[in-house]
Design a protein around this ligand. Structure first.
Ligand SMILES: NC(=O)C1=CN([C@@H]2O[C@H](COP(=O)(O)OP(=O)(O)OC[C@H]3O[C@@H](n4cnc5c(N)ncnc54)[C@H](OP(=O)(O)O)[C@@H]3O)[C@@H](O)[C@H]2O)C=CC1
Ligand SMILES: CC(=O)C(=O)O
Ligand SMILES: [Mg+2]
Length: 600
């Protein structure tokens, strides 16, 4: 936990000061991943930077605002720097929620929350965790997409590390500028494919920032262990070149050998600075880089690509849960994907792996999955070409088709999944065709943000007369049809990456194999109850997402120890208690040394 001066440690800290000053300074840095029961003692034994007075209020990790007690204010030299009233964290939350609700639009709400994060980190995370359903659409999709598009305007204070291609040769030194010495998780983007919004260059920094706020809010990972990074290699978005507010390098993207060397230097620098166990999550890289960087680094680093692997797990979980509604075995399904990129190929490969675990041959597993890309249905010897080696396993002899309605009518899929950032592609006719061929069609419109969704929840339920099983990447409101209310699930990798990261970090998993994601998918699907399914949900409610993330981590812990993938020893008997002992606590810690007398 961030700061908690225990009695003994407080004495130690104060012992280094002028005896007459009798003031309290607090630690800025901690080292080592510490279990909560050991933390307060250890951290104070390693004090190396002390803050007091106004600097405490300016430090979001230490600042409690009006929650500082009178005693703390006196001791820390901040008495009078705050209004006289002393408020509890819960009372402060009322102020935050009142302010939040007074904002005119979601971008303003995003900026308000970012400012809170800059001011008072614990209060920010308490608000996020207590109001997760309300806050997630703001700090995450869809609003984070808008915030990235408007990052030049939304920008107040820098958050995270910006490393430019111009810094090539000095990446390690740049990483050393980051003030935290014990980073355990990095989310990195180069901004080339931000959600379904395309190349936003450095404006894409909103994504690592948003993802890591969920590492803490959902996965309970201490924010001081998390580092958002944006690699600035330029942007091919010409509008940004002309944007006077743009905060990145306004030139075309650097590609080829120079790009590869830069990424390589970055990976090595992270490892050198934070160790080989530092988790590196790749996020929103363009397709052409995402797959090959994953292949290049997955066996040498603790890394995964969330868009490929995290998405695969969440979608597979949704499919597994849906099968309890349709009553079909996985292998009895036919899948059509609109899109054959990171998300679709990731999901398709994981489903194929799941089918093989159920006994199908490789060939048979691929036979049940059809992909459609910008050039049409993916078939053998397609006249229009465009089949790269990720798409290749899914090719099969068939006629060349480009129209999705026609494809659905020909292939008659039981499951239709969209991840093409092609808004509205699930037209009335496509949805009707799914309804015609299936009693309970499974329809997932996974593209983000909301504006990129293949269809709305309402369209899907209405056109299939409430028969479809629906999930979407960004949230949609519930929908009432003939007196029955349907609650669409949010098929978003946010249900996966916080729990996977928590399990991986606490158990010391060195390489994150696809089987880990398959296991996470099964764990998530198992958390869907019959009551959820009856409401139309194929994921647990968003309000449960923190306990879901913990449950996934605990399940993974059992799995990785059994499979010999864990390196944290001795193996804990009680995995849940073990993982819980690492969780970030959003309660304020007291800076009051209990044995002290009042200074006057
Ligand atoms: N819900 C979730 O958790 C996640 C959702 N996503 C969303 O999925 C979307 C796609 O992401 P990702 O897969 O990484 O992107 P990619 O760029 O890797 O892939 C996009 C794919 O869509 C295809 N495509 C583009 N336009 C059309 C069209 N009109 N008809 C058919 N196919 C088309 C492209 O075809 P071609 O190959 O020919 O270029 C490509 O195969 C984004 O909106 C993203 O936000 C992504 C990750 C997680
Ligand atoms: C959710 C996510 O990772 C994406 O849309 O890219
Ligand atoms: Mg992403």
């Amino acid at each position: 936990m961030a700061v908690n001066l225990s009695r003994q440690a407080a004495k130690l800290a104060v012992g280094k000061l002028q005896p007459s000053s009798r003031v309290l300074c607090v630690t800025l840095h901690t080292t080592g991943v510490q279990r909560s029961d050991e933390k307060s003692m250890k951290k104070n034994l390693i004090n190396h930077s002390r803050v007091r007075g106004i600097d405490i209020l300016r430090n979001p990790k230490l600042n409690k605002g009006t929650a500082f007690s009178l005693k703390e204010r006196q001791l820390m030299g901040i008495h009078g720097l705050l209004p006289p009233v002393v408020r509890s964290l819960d009372e402060q939350m009322i102020r935050v929620m009142t302010n939040f609700s007074k904002r005119q639009n979601d971008l303003d709400r995003y900026i308000y929350l970012s400012s809170l994060q800059d001011r008072n980190e614990r209060l920010f995370y308490r608000v996020l965790t207590e109001h997760v359903e309300k806050m997630m659409p703001i700090v995450y999709t869809p609003t984070v997409g808008l915030a990235c598009q408007q990052y030049g305007v939304a920008f107040r204070r820098p958050r995270g590390l910006f490393i430019s291609i111009k810094d090539k040769g000095h990446v390690y030194e740049m990483i050393c500028n980051w003030p935290e010495r014990n980073v355990k998780a990095i989310v990195v983007t180069d901004g080339e494919r931000i959600l379904g919004l395309g190349d936003l260059g450095v404006y894409g920094m909103g994504i690592p920032v948003g993802k890591l706020s969920l590492y803490t809010a959902l996965g309970g990972i201490d924010p001081s262990k998390c580092l958002p990074i944006c690699l600035d290699v330029g942007t091919n978005n010409e509008a940004l070149h002309k944007d006077p507010l743009y905060i990145g390098s306004a030139h075309k993207r650097v590609t080829g050998q120079e790009y590869d060397e830069f990424i390589d230097e970055f990976m090595k620098a992270v490892s050198k600075r934070y160790g080989n166990n530092c988790l590196i999550q790749f996020e929103d890289f363009a397709n052409k880089n995402a797959f090959r960087l994953l292949e290049k680094y997955r066996n040498d680093y603790c890394t995964f690509n969330d868009d490929i692997q995290g998405t695969a797990a969440v979608a597979a979980a949704g499919v597994f849960a849906s099968l309890r509604i349709t009553g079909k075995k996985l292998t009895e399904n036919t899948f059509v994907f609109l899109g054959a990129g990171e998300a679709s190929i990731g999901i398709a490969e994981l489903l194929a792996l799941a089918m093989r675990e159920e006994g199908l041959s490789r060939e048979e597993s691929y036979k049940r999955i059809w992909l459609v890309d910008s050039k049409g249905l993916i078939i053998s010897d397609r006249p229009t070409g465009g089949i790269n080696h990720h798409k290749e396993p899914f090719t099969k002899p068939f006629k060349h088709l480009t129209d999705l309605e026609e494809i659905v009518n020909e292939i008659k899929p039981t499951v239709l999944i969209g991840a093409a950032a092609s808004p509205g592609a699930f037209t009335e006719n496509v949805l009707a065709a799914m309804g015609k061929h299936n009693e309970r069609p499974i329809i997932f419109a996974l593209s983000n943000p909301t504006s990129m969704s293949e269809c709305t929840a309402e369209q899907a339920y209405t056109i299939t007369q409430g028969r479809c099983v629906f999930a979407s990447g960004s949230p949609f409101p519930s929908c009432t049809l003939n007196g029955k209310t349907f609650i669409p699930g949010q098929g978003n990798n946010a249900y996966i990456f916080p729990g996977v990261a928590l399990g991986v970090l606490t158990c010391g998993v060195r390489h994150i194999e696809d089987k880990i994601f398959l296991h996470a998918a099964q764990a998530l699907a198992n958390l869907v109850t019959d009551e959820h399914l009856a409401e139309g949900r194929v994921y647990p409610p968003l309000s449960d997402i923190q306990s879901v993330s913990l449950a996934i981590a605990v399940d993974l812990a059992e799995y990785v120890y059994k499979e010999g993938m864990a390196s944290a020893y001795p193996e804990p008997d009680d995995k849940e208690a073990f993982i819980r002992s690492f969780l970030y606590d959003t309660d304020y810690e007291s800076f009051e040394p209990e044995t002290w007398d009042w200074p006057y």
